[in-house]
Ligand binder design. Structure first.
Ligand SMILES: Nc1ncnc2c1ncn2[C@@H]1O[C@H](COP(=O)(O)OP(=O)(O)OP(=O)(O)O)[C@@H](O)[C@H]1O
Ligand SMILES: CC(C)(CO)[C@@H](O)C(=O)NCCC(=O)O
Length: 678
């Protein structure tokens, strides 16, 4: 890996004030000030009057509008990216030598029902004092420029649009609108909100523009919703390994997309309303249809009919429902018989809600559970059917479904898949996306001129799940836990609650009777699991320098996970191995941190977090996407890192090193004494 040898390592800001003064005195423009803040380490001269050290530099008062506030948007330039220093390091610093500007930090999709937010953060621990925080110098045309080192994560968060204030508070609390989360140490002017512009799409980008200006002092740069949906979908399908999956009769299967054979496809975004878009390439698409019977209809009508207080409650109700009490089946009409001549079984729904009339029952005579299921089935099936008809119109074989109505919900996906399969007689395929509801927000995020994200390859994005993931089923994302202590107390709190905490369970596959007849979905647990923002979607780590082994015949299709845990025997075996080994690993981790009381507390919290992940995955192996042994081991490492165990085997290594060093002189002498034999 190219290590940029020969380029001196620079540090930020040491000569900022001095340069700034010079520049201001020289009446240069504000852009120069921004660039001048990145100064060569070791070249600080004695005239440097800047007393600021380390983090204090961040507090430098805003003096001008930063580059990323200007009309020309920032870029994340991944060209010539390389690892800085020792490439053997576990978490080596990534250099983006051609990265000059700050990058954008967040983008929004403000829909009729939900607000989706995607934001970027630098790798944890790269604080102002971090040794890894460096810049590189490049001399071109005789002028010196320095560049910050990037590498970071994409986070996904959602809020209800009716609770816009929660979203504004979140943005405020993380200072996203000030760009502070990442850029502050090389761009303190970011606190100047004047001219700050954020990208947003969805109707709310128009509707709430004034509110954003009022509350956060930022202007909204509106991006077209369809453009964003398509850009987001294309990015996910190309850059994320196993983003798409099929879901038939309770069985989930991840699909590896061939980049050269992606287009054309039909994208169906099931939000409050439904958009159907024929996608022919990057930026090449046509909205070919839509329907106003969508997620908003299910939630709106369902709320009126069942008095549910939340979408999740309504969805949960459906799990205990029996639609046969309310739907009119073919068998109800044909005296229990199939109408096989036209391919309809007795259990096929002939008319959704049809029995509500013939039984002459009032609303209160029906169980809310049955109403919810019937409604869910009606809407999902209808969407599947219309989608297929549009695919047929344009000869498309693949249909990708996104939007938060899907919500990773087994019954919804099975119903849509069934409709597509049934009407196309198996010729078309319904596929779902793990980042289902975030297409638009991702598209808006990527619309900051050129971020370089679209150039990322599958192996350069690694998805990780935070320690809280197994616990947060069904909840809309709240403010994240800030520091280590908060994380530990959070884990302790859950243990205190004891039996109330159960690992999330999947919804059992619905029974099907073929030919369109659906039986009651059976449910293992009373609670709806797998919330899309908290569980199915992790944090995407951008590792732009990762390269696959160059001699691979087909790097794009290379699968690093040689042990596939979708095989149940493998799964059980490895889960047992990892669970049994856990106490020993905790002991080693605690010892690696000196065995202090604090280390023990962190060790306990780690064990709890990792056990919760294991329990979650044992019940739903695909909860975090396709699962291989390598993912599981990486998950364990990530958990250790979350509780600040950098190397659980450190003390063992130390001991072994000491012992080795003690015998080294003797060994060398012995080698010296040996005759050279060639
Ligand atoms: N917690 C939730 N609260 C409300 N609706 C939810 C929730 N979770 C899932 N949904 C479903 O997701 C739908 C909204 O999906 P999505 O966020 O993709 O669309 P939107 O952008 O709000 O709508 P549109 O694109 O039509 O403006 C809702 O109509 C509802 O069916
Ligand atoms: C109006 C939008 C695009 C807003 O996201 C969406 O809700 C939608 O596609 N509704 C369906 C409208 C129709 O085509 O009938």
């Amino acid at each position: 890996m190219a290590g940029l040898t020969g380029h001196p390592v620079l540090e930020i800001g040491d000569k900022f004030e001095e340069l700034q003064n010079n520049i201001i005195n020289n009446n240069k423009n504000k852009e120069v000030i921004d660039k001048a803040r990145l100064v060569v380490k070791g070249e600080e001269n004695s005239n440097n009057n800047n007393n600021n050290q380390g983090g204090e530099r961040d507090m430098a008062p805003p003096t001008s509008n930063s580059l990323h506030r200007s009309g020309s948007r920032p870029q994340l330039d991944l060209s010539k990216a390389a690892i800085q220093g020792n490439s053997e390091e576990r978490d080596p610093t990534i250099l983006l030598p051609n990265q000059s500007d700050d990058i954008s930090h967040f983008a929004l999709d403000i829909g009729g029902s939900l607000i989706k937010l995607v934001y970027f953060s630098r790798h944890e621990g790269q604080s102002i004092d971090d040794k890894r925080k460096k810049t590189v110098k490049e001399i071109s045309n005789g002028s010196r420029r320095s560049y910050p080192i990037l590498g970071g994560r994409l986070h996904f968060v959602k809020f209800e649009t009716s609770k816009l204030n929660e979203c504004l508070d979140f943005i405020s609390s993380k200072q996203l609108h000030n760009g502070r989360i990442d850029s502050h140490y090389w761009n303190s002017e970011a606190t100047n909100k004047e001219n700050a512009v954020i990208k947003a799409t969805g109707g709310g980008a128009y509707k709430f523009a004034d509110l954003f200006k009022e509350r956060l002092g930022v202007s909204i740069d509106k991006e077209d919703e369809m453009d964003c949906l398509v850009a987001g979908a294309n990015f996910l399908l190309k850059a994320i390994r196993h983003e798409a999956f099929t879901h038939m009769e309770g069985h989930k299967e991840f699909v590896q997309i061939d980049h050269n054979d992606l287009f054309p496809y039909l994208l169906v975004n099931v939000g409050s309303g439904v958009s159907m878009i024929k996608v022919d390439g990057d930026g090449k698409f046509q909205r070919v249809s839509g329907t106003n019977v969508g997620g908003g209809t299910y939630w709106g009508l369902g709320r009126l009919l069942t008095k549910c207080n939340s979408f999740d409650e309504l969805l949960e109700l459906s799990q205990r429902g029996d639609n046969r009490t309310i739907d009119m089946l073919v068998g109800d009409i044909y005296g229990g018989m199939d109408y096989s001549k036209i391919g309809l079984s007795a259990s096929t729904i002939a008319s959704s809600f049809g029995k509500a009339i013939s039984d002459k029952k009032e609303l209160e005579d029906h169980r809310p559970e049955d109403i919810s299921l019937s409604l869910l089935r009606m809407i999902s099936y209808n969407i599947g059917q219309i989608s297929y008809l549009n695919a047929l119109r344009f000869g498309l074989k693949r249909i990708f479904f996104g939007g938060f109505f899907i919500r990773g919900h087994a019954y919804t996906m099975d119903t849509i898949s069934f409709a597509v399969h049934f009407w196309s007689q198996g010729q078309a395929q319904a596929m779902f996306l793990r980042h289902e509801g975030f297409l638009g927000a991702l598209g808006a995020f990527m619309s900051y001129e050129k971020l370089g994200l679209d150039d990322l390859m599958v192996h350069q994005l690694v998805e990780r799940f935070p320690m809280g993931a197994p616990y947060t089923g069904g909840k809309i994302h709240g403010p994240p836990l800030g520091n280590l202590n908060e994380k530990i107390s959070w884990m302790e709190k859950f243990v205190l609650k004891g039996t109330e905490i159960t690992a999330p369970v999947p919804m059992a596959p619905p029974g099907t009777t073929g030919l369109g007849g659906f039986e009651v979905p059976s449910s293992k647990g009373g609670t709806l699991r797998s919330d899309a923002s908290a569980l199915n979607v992790g944090v995407l780590h951008l590792v732009p320098t990762l390269e696959v082994f160059p001699l691979l015949a087909n790097p794009k299709m290379y699968e690093p996970n040689t042990i596939d845990l979708s095989d149940h025997c493998e799964l059980e075996y490895w889960f047992t191995v990892l669970s049994e080994h856990l106490p020993d690993l905790v002991d080693k981790a605690v010892a690696s941190e000196g065995g202090t009381g604090d280390a023990k507390r962190r060790g306990d919290a780690f064990a709890r977090a990792f056990s919760a992940h294991l329990a979650r995955l044992m019940e739903e192996p695909a909860a975090y996407g396709k699962l291989g042994l390598a993912n599981l081991l990486e998950l364990r490492e990530e958990c250790l890192r979350e509780f600040q165990f950098l190397d659980a085997y450190r003390s063992i290594k130390q001991r072994e090193n000491e012992v080795s060093l003690a015998v080294l002189p003797d060994l060398l002498m012995e080698l010296d004494r040996m005759d050279e034999v060639w």
